[in-house]
Design a protein around this ligand. Structure first.
Ligand SMILES: [Zn+2]
Length: 181
């Protein structure tokens, strides 16, 4: 008699097999895609928006838009950070939070490696003005922690499109020393 187990993705019963949790590869992929989207939605909702501390507000007010973004990104950079990326959900989405996806910039199609440098600093090139989560990376392109805040970026580049952004903030391949020289 065959033993049946419940599929992790859709609940359908299928013949038990060691290590098999989903009834099909498609079902597993759908499940992990949903899980990943839910993670990005909760990440986005949990992040506070950067505000200058009271004592720095007067100085910050003297800066132009790009200067304020630069000050926010550089101020919050953790020790060892050499690069950053910014991510945002699709503009004007009214779908429920479970369907929210973040796209990350610069994307692999925009820049190689897909990272903005902190020093000398490059302004973020983003597809629309609004709030962006900020992630930091060390010199080899390894992420440092997780994004911890959002920053308002009021400028954008018309040639960039939201759907060109990457769906993950981590890099698939790390940067080798020789590539940076
Ligand atoms: Zn299934």
């Amino acid at each position: 008699m065959k033993n049946f187990v419940k599929c992790n993705g859709c609940g359908k019963l299928f013949p038990a097999k060691v290590g098999k949790k989903f009834h099909s590869i498609d079902c597993a992929q759908d499940f992990y895609r949903r899980e990943k989207d839910a993670q990005s939605a909760s990440l986005w909702a949990a992040l506070p928006t950067f505000e200058f501390p009271e004592e720095a507000a007067a100085e910050a007010a003297k800066l132009d838009e790009a200067g304020r973004v630069r000050a926010a990104i550089k101020t919050r950079a953790p020790a060892g950070a050499v690069f950053y990326r910014v991510g945002c959900p699709k503009p004007d989405v009214t779908v429920d939070a479970e369907l929210l996806k973040l796209r990350w910039f610069p994307s692999r199609t925009q820049r190689s490696p897909p990272l903005f440098p902190l020093d000398p600093y490059d302004d973020p090139a983003v597809p629309y003005p609004g709030l962006y989560a900020v992630a930091y990376f060390e010199r080899a392109g390894q992420i440092i922690g997780e994004p911890v805040f959002k920053v308002e970026i009021p400028f954008w580049q018309r040639l960039h499109r939201w759907h060109h952004g990457d769906l993950s903030f981590v890099l698939k391949t790390l940067i080798y020393e020789k590539d940076r020289k």
